[in-house]
Ligand binder design. Sequence first.
Ligand SMILES: CC(C)(COP(=O)(O)OP(=O)(O)OC[C@H]1O[C@@H](n2cnc3c(N)ncnc32)[C@H](O)[C@@H]1OP(=O)(O)O)[C@@H](O)C(=O)NCCC(=O)NCCS
Length: 200
Amino acid sequence: MVISVRKEQEKDYRRVEEITRAAFSYPERIERGGIGCPYEHWMVHALRERDGILELSLVAELEGMIVGHIICSKAEVRTSDDVVPVLNFGPLSVLPAYQGKGVGKALIKNMICKAAELGFGAILFFGRPEYYPQFGFKEASVWGITDSDGYNYPSFMGMELVPGYLSRARGGKYYESDIYDDGLNRDRVKEFDRSQEKTI
Ligand SMILES: CC(C)(COP(=O)(O)OP(=O)(O)OC[C@H]1O[C@@H](n2cnc3c(N)ncnc32)[C@H](O)[C@@H]1OP(=O)(O)O)[C@@H](O)C(=O)NCCC(=O)NCCS
């Protein structure tokens, strides 16, 4: 089974949003997500327009069909006297029927390589603590960085792409795009879903 990863193109947008919606439609997520419906596909749409890094919006293909997607965005760590730019990623989505076949792994490994090639110094993000350490991600507390409220927990992780890059971020707080919060607005997501139905 050959998984190939490439940059997302405009013609892929609709398929990618459907994959994202399907990946995040499992009951536990809908219940915990808090708005009663999947909203991560709206985030992908919004990130393409603001704060997303299109060079690092990647699709994974199996037998010529897109089955997974990852998108990165701009984020920063603010210390008392510095602002340190970092890379954030998410949502990461694999179509349910294709999960557990190495698609997520291929997307993450490619993203890390491309991010390093593009010169990003570090990645910081929120994600599943049981999944990401296999790629070398560690808890952000290792670098003395907290979330914007001053907390640390296992799902707040990171990786240096340039050794020592995060030393100037020590004591800082992490801020990601506000699109990740905006996605929790049910009306906005529903309006987006309706606009998509009209274009079918
Ligand atoms: C989480 C997700 C991206 C993983 O992608 P995937 O293609 O299913 O995972 P992979 O096949 O690449 O898994 C790679 C390895 O991680 C393991 N793994 C997969 N999902 C895991 C999980 N949730 N927890 C722990 N390990 C996991 C696999 O068993 C595999 O191990 P192996 O290399 O020893 O065989 C995918 O299941 C998904 O889209 N889930 C729903 C959306 C989601 O939760 N996104 C991430 C939000 S942080």
